[in-house]
Each structure stands twice: as C-alpha cells, then as structure tokens.
Design a protein around this ligand. Structure first.
Ligand code: ASP
Length: 325
C-alpha cells in the first residue's frame, strides 16, 4: 500500500492529495472562506518568493494552454508571467482566428486537443457557461478567465486579496461597486465572493445597468446587506472600497444605448474629496475614462497595485491545481 504523503510542509510540496489538485476553477461559488484564506496564504508566499528570487522551479516541466477567444491584456499576460515565474511554459492562443477555431472547430474539440499537450487550460470565451463546458470536455484542470457576462473568478480572488493586503481585513468594510453592474462579470464574481465576509455592498449604476436581480436575491438569502443607488454622492463618504468598472461596450447591441450611459460616472480628485482618507479605489481595468488620470498619484488609487497582486494570486492558483500547493 502506498504511504500517505506528509502534508506538513505545505504550501510548497509535491502533494497529489493537495485539496485543489486537478480541480477546475469555474466559479467563485466553489470557494469557502477557509479556501480563500488558503489562497491568500499561498499568494503571500508567492509574493515573497518573487521578491527574493524572481523565478523558481515549482512548476518546472508543466505546460499551460492560454486559450483566449476574447481580448485580454492583464489576465492573459499575468497567467503567462505566473507560469513562467514558476518555471513552467505556455502555449499562447490569443488570436483564435489563426487557430482551427477559425475553421469551425468546436470548443470541446479545441479543449480535447490542448489537453493532449498541456497540464492546465486557462480559457476566456464570450459565452456564459463556456468555461464549465470546457471543463466537462477536459481531463486536465480548466480555469475560467471570464465567460461572457458570467463570472471572472480569478479576478475576484485577486480583488479580495488586494482588499486584504491594502486594508488589512475584509470583515466590516463597506464596498461600493460602480458602473456597469449588469454586464460586468468581475462585479458578479466579486459580490458573490464578498458574501463570505461581513460586508455592506452598495451598487451604483444607471438604471439600465443595475446589478442583476437574481444576484441581489442570491446574496440577500445569505444575509448580505445591500443597497442600490443611481448616484455616488450618498454612498461615497462611508465607502472603504470603491470598485469602479467600465461600461462594457461589447455587450451592447445598440450603440446609441452605450453612448447614453458610457460617461455616467467619472472619478477624479474633486469627486474623491468626499471620500475617506483611508480607503481604496480599485478597477479591474481597462479604464476608458471612468477614472481620470489626475487621480492616479493619489495613495488611495490601488488599481495598479491590484494588477500586481493578480500575479501572486494566479501563481497560487496554478500551483494549487497542479498539486504543488
Ligand atoms: N478585464 C476585465 C474583464 O475581462 C474587466 C473589463 O474588461 O472591463 O472582465
């Protein structure tokens, strides 16, 4: 009989019995609060390792397939950087138009192909449920990097990590989500993830871009305190985290409707005078005018630091699903 591996030297060991080994990451619903603490602890270690040695061999010999059917800068390049900092390598498929997808290949067939070459598959696709469908077709772990207006779980994990690192805790905070709450997958995932904590959630959006009613109901049934606004004036003074989002142009069928809401909110130094001195402003990026560049030098502007936290969280997730953490 094989002897049981000794887990005492987690988070970095060769642990085939590690809790996330071989698992897909499709939705934040898969995470308990305990899981989050674990991800954050591993991400913290990753940060230390990157600071001290830059690149190390935890995932040496492992291959990631980065399959992007929608544009991406941060998610795609941070997964590549994560894999390479851990000593692994990447098959990049950012331009599906140059792959067999352009010949009409189905998502399951593309995934079945990539699993022959790679140990883990990261996928971004315009359809809700596409990552789950890919995971069903694949024997290798699949990580959802955004499925249309559905979810973006790795972004929510890095967002929660950012809040914890920047403000020291999550419980007790007032988090205000602003912008396109209807189509923004990052806010859908983040609101769900924050429901694991004792937070107050404010939703600020134009009427046609409100947070989906089903999601509000889902969180209500978990006892989360939520309030909706169309303007920022009222919720801003009590806000600890202001999470700004872009109006998602690509989700509109009528461009004139997009034009009517695109400039609904602009965060600038003047608006931010009404906010606390100790609070943070986050944005999953890209921004297209919702945060003025004049605000970038304010210490509360956390959106560039947020990107860096993303590297450590994605390193942690790759190590976890590949059984090394
Ligand atoms: N980069 C984020 C996403 O992929 C946010 C955005 O595109 O506005 O969802």
């Amino acid at each position: 009989m094989p002897t049981q591996p000794n887990n005492s030297h987690l988070p970095f060991g060769d642990q085939r019995t590690a809790p996330w080994y071989g698992k897909d990451i499709i939705s934040v619903k898969q995470f308990s609060r305990e899981d989050l603490e674990y991800v954050f602890a591993v991400a913290h270690e990753m940060h230390d390792m990157v600071d001290h040695v830059g690149t190390f061999d935890l995932l040496k010999g492992k291959i990631l397939a980065n399959l992007f059917y929608e544009p991406s800068t941060r998610t795609s390049s941070s997964f590549t950087a994560s894999m390479e900092r851990l000593g692994g390598s990447v098959i990049p498929i950012n331009e599906v138009k140059y792959s067999s997808v352009a010949k009409g290949e189905s998502l399951p067939d593309t995934v079945r192909t990539l699993e022959c070459y790679a140990d883990v598959i990261v996928i971004r696709h315009p359809e809700v449920g596409s990552a789950a469908a890919a995971a069903k077709a694949s024997r290798k772990p699949v990580i959802n990097a955004g499925d249309g207006i559905g979810e973006h779980p790795t972004q929510a994990l890095l967002d929660a990590f950012t809040i914890k690192e920047e403000l020291g805790h999550v419980d007790g905070l007032t988090v205000t989500l602003l912008g396109d709450l209807k189509h923004g997958r990052t806010v859908h995932s983040l609101a769900r993830l924050l429901s694991l904590y004792k937070v107050k959630l404010n939703y600020v959006a134009p009427d046609i871009l409100r947070m989906p009613a089903e999601l509000i109901e889902e969180l209500k049934s978990k006892g989360v305190q939520q309030e909706e606004f169309t303007g920022l004036d009222k919720p801003l003074p009590a806000t600890d985290v202001l999470y700004v989002t872009r109006v998602q142009k690509e989700r509109f069928t009528d461009e004139s409707v997009y034009e009517s809401v695109k400039g609904a909110y602009v965060i600038d130094p003047k608006v931010m005078k009404a906010a606390k001195e100790r609070m943070i402003v986050m944005h999953p990026l890209p921004r297209v005018g919702e945060i003025a560049v004049e605000f970038d030098d304010d210490p509360r502007a956390a959106y560039f630091r947020q990107m860096e936290y993303g590297l450590y969280v994605r390193m942690a997730l790759l190590a976890m699903v590949l059984g090394k953490a």
